[in-house]
Design a protein around this ligand. Structure first.
Ligand SMILES: Nc1nc2c(ncn2[C@@H]2O[C@H](COP(=O)(O)OP(=O)(O)O)[C@@H](O)[C@H]2O)c(=O)[nH]1
Ligand SMILES: Nc1ncnc2c1ncn2[C@@H]1O[C@H](COP(=O)(O)OP(=O)(O)O)[C@@H](O)[C@H]1O
Length: 216
């Protein structure tokens, strides 16, 4: 199917707890045509997470099988667990001119930005307003043990240190403000010339109409 618009691969990354999952969920509610790239992971499900919806939960053998079958667009080891983005649904969406939303770490963002789909990438990094607030959010989420929270805090600087490799950076202080900014970024990027291949034919039509008027 040929599309009026080229699909975007919208990548959200942040240190754990900065709010990318919350922003991603809001973006999906805002635009139902967006597809979420459901990652495969070897980490255990959190309360409320559904297999096939939030993640494809698998074991290490299953994960490695997908990687060696060439089924992953990117994959990485994060906090001791494997995570990866299955490539099939992404390629289908791009072919149909649909956008795909990714919640991946900096390693995944870099791999997608270096892949054959690099022209479709729109990458956004989410920063917390402070490290104290990051810790508060991780604790208030109430999903992880103290040990896991401490591990995530320890790794947060590693993730933050890649902030300047992204197209946009959002400091997620007030959630509503961040969400408005995120919608603005996505809306503007969809209007870029390179995202609208149908414009060439549209302008040809304008030219034909213009020429007809000139002659009459
Ligand atoms: N490279 C890569 N990273 C992923 C993928 N899925 C999730 N992640 C990242 O793995 C990290 C841990 O994710 P998760 O366990 O859900 O905890 P979160 O940090 O609270 O979102 C986050 O930085 C995610 O962005 C994936 O498919 N590939
Ligand atoms: N701007 C914000 N202000 C206050 N709390 C927030 C904000 N954004 C997210 N949160 C809360 O912080 C916690 C971590 O957010 P989450 O989206 O799970 O982060 P991430 O996916 O980056 O790990 C959640 O409890 C979420 O409701």
């Amino acid at each position: 199917m040929s599309a009026d618009r080229r699909g975007l691969l919208i990548i959200l990354s942040s240190p754990s707890g900065a709010g990318k999952t919350t922003l991603a969920r809001r973006l999906m509610e805002w635009d139902e045509s967006l597809s979420f790239s459901v990652s495969a992971t070897t980490r255990a499900p959190r309360a409320g997470e559904e297999d096939g919806v939030h993640y494809h939960f698998t074991d290490e053998a299953g994960f490695k099988g997908m990687v060696s079958a060439g089924e992953m667009l990117e994959h990485a080891l994060v906090f001791g667990n494997y995570y990866g983005s299955p490539s099939g649904p992404v390629r289908d969406a791009i072919e149909e001119g649909r956008d795909v939303l990714f919640d991946v770490d900096w390693q995944g963002a870099q791999q997608i930005a270096n892949s054959s789909l690099q022209d479709h990438v729109l990458s956004i990094f989410v920063l917390p307003p402070s490290i104290a607030e990051l810790r508060r959010r991780l604790i208030s989420r109430g999903q992880d043990s103290d040990e896991i929270i401490a591990g995530r805090m320890k790794k947060s600087w590693d993730e933050i240190s890649h902030w300047d490799g992204y197209d946009y950076v959002l400091v997620n202080d007030d959630l509503d403000t961040s969400f408005e900014r995120l919608k603005t970024i996505v809306s503007a990027e969809r209007l870029r010339l390179k995202q609208q291949p149908g414009l060439t034919d549209f302008v040809r039509g304008l030219q034909a109409e213009f020429n007809d008027e000139e002659q009459s």
